[in-house]
Design a binder for this molecule. Structure first.
Ligand SMILES: C[S@@+](CC[C@H](N)C(=O)[O-])C[C@H]1O[C@@H](n2cnc3c(N)ncnc32)[C@H](O)[C@@H]1O
Length: 314
C-alpha cells in the first residue's frame, strides 16, 4: 500500500506521557498508520516495541513505513485484537512491559476507503469490520439482529434518542428485501428521524453508524478486557496512555483508572489506611489532556480526543 494518510492525534502528548526509557519494552495496541509507534521507536535504543493491529492493511503498510526498525530488530508486529494482549505477549516471551498506548477508533483509511463500509458518506456494502477476517459484519447486524437488539445498541452505543423509530424503519425495509449498502441504510435512518431534528446536529446517520461499528467490532468489550490485562502486565513505574474519541470509551477508561487509583471502601473507624489497601496506581493527569488549539486547527479528527494516563507506583 503506497499511502495510508492517517494524521496522528496527540502524538507528542501520548508518547511523552509514557515517559519512555530507551531500554524499555513498549506496546502500541493500535498501530494504524504508525505515527505513535514511530515516535516511540525513535526514543528506544536497546528497547523493543510490540505493535498490535487487527487490521492487516495497517501491518502491511508499516512493514515498509517502519522498515528501518524491523531491520534494526526493535519492532515486532502482532496482527491480533488487543483484547488478546496478555496471551499474545506471553507467546513472545513477554510478561511485563514498561508502557502501553491505545489510540482508539478507526484510522482515516478505514474510514475513507469506501468499500470498508464504515462511512455514511460513501455508498458501499455494509461491512465495518476492522479485522477483515472477523465473522460478524454490519450486514448481519442490520439484517439479522432483532428489533429489540437494534434498539439496545442504538441507545447504548449510539446514544441515539430516535432509536425506536430508526429500528422500526430498518425492520420495515428489511422485511421487503435485505438492506445491502451504507447508502440504503442512510436513507432508512433518515426516515426514522423527524425532519425538524434532521436539520441540526451532525449527520443524521452518525450515531447509528457509530452504534453498529461498536457492535460489529465489540469495541467496548475489547477495550475493557484489554485494559484489565494491561493493568496486570504493566511494570512498576510503567505507564498506560489511552486516547479516546467518544464519551462511552472515555467513561470506561475513566472508571477503570479511578477504581485502580482510589482507596476502596474502608471499615469504619480506621485511623490510618493500611498499606495493603493503598492503591498501586496513580493518575498522571487528573483531567484528561485534550489537543491544543493549533492541533485542532489542522486535524479535524482531533476534536473529540481525550488522553488519560495512569502509572503503576508499587
Ligand atoms: C486511530 S487508529 C491508530 C492510529 C495510529 N496511532 C497512528 O498514529 O497512525 C486505530 C487503529 O487501531 C486498530 N484497532 C482498533 N481496535 C482494535 C483492537 N481491538 N485490536 C487491535 N487493533 C485495533 C484499528 O484497526 C486502527 O488501525
Amino acid at each position: 500500500m503506497a499511502e495510508f494518510n492517517h494524521q496522528t492525534v496527540l502524538l507528542n502528548e501520548a508518547v511523552s506521557g509514557l515517559d519512555i526509557k530507551p531500554d524499555g519494552i513498549y506496546v502500541d495496541c493500535t498501530l494504524g498508520g504508525g505515527g505513535h509507534s514511530g515516535k516511540i521507536l525513535e526514543a528506544l535504543d536497546s528497547g523493543h516495541l510490540y505493535a498490535f493491529d487487527q487490521d492487516q492493511t495497517a501491518i502491511d503498510y508499516n512493514q515498509t513505513n517502519l522498515k528501518e526498525y524491523v531491520d534494526k530488530g526493535t519492532l515486532t508486529f502482532v496482527k491480533a485484537n488487543f483484547r488478546e494482549i496478555k496471551a499474545r505477549l506471553a507467546d513472545l516471551g513477554v510478561e511485563h512491559v514498561d508502557g502501553i498506548l491505545y489510540d482508539l477508533g478507526v484510522s482515516s483509511p478505514q474510514f475513507d476507503v469506501a468499500d470498508r463500509g464504515f462511512s455514511y458518506q460513501h455508498d458501499a456494502p455494509l461491512d465495518m469490520r476492522m479485522d477483515q477476517s472477523a465473522k460478524l459484519d454490519a450486514w448481519q447486524v442490520v439484517n439479522n439482529w432483532s428489533y429489540q437488539d437494534l434498539i439496545r445498541i442504538l441507545f447504548r452505543y449510539g446514544e441515539e434518542k430516535f432509536a425506536k423509530s430508526i429500528a422500526r424503519a430498518i425492520e420495515r425495509h428489511r422485511s421487503n428485501k435485505p438492506i445491502d449498502t451504507t447508502g440504503e441504510l442512510v436513507e432508512i435512518i433518515k426516515e426514522g428521524i423527524p425532519a425538524a431534528a434532521r436539520r441540526h446536529g451532525g449527520h443524521p446517520a452518525k450515531k447509528t453508524f457509530q452504534a453498529i461499528r461498536i457492535s460489529v467490532n465489540d469495541e467496548l468489550g475489547a477495550l475493557e478486557d484489554s485494559i484489565e490485562q494491561a493493568l496486570e502486565i504493566i511494570a512498576v513505574k510503567g505507564r498506560i496512555s489511552v486516547i479516546t474519541f467518544q464519551s462511552l470509551e472515555d467513561r470506561l477508561v475513566k472508571t477503570m483508572f479511578k477504581e485502580k487509583t482510589e482507596v476502596g471502601e474502608l471499615p469504619a473507624g480506621l485511623p490510618v489506611i493500611p498499606q495493603e489497601m493503598q492503591p498501586h496506581f496513580k493518575l498522571i493527569n487528573r483531567k484528561p489532556i485534550v489537543p491544543s488549539d493549533e492541533e485542532l486547527e489542522v486535524n479535524h479528527r482531533a476534536h473529540s480526543a481525550k488522553l488519560r494516563i495512569i502509572e503503576k507506583e508499587s
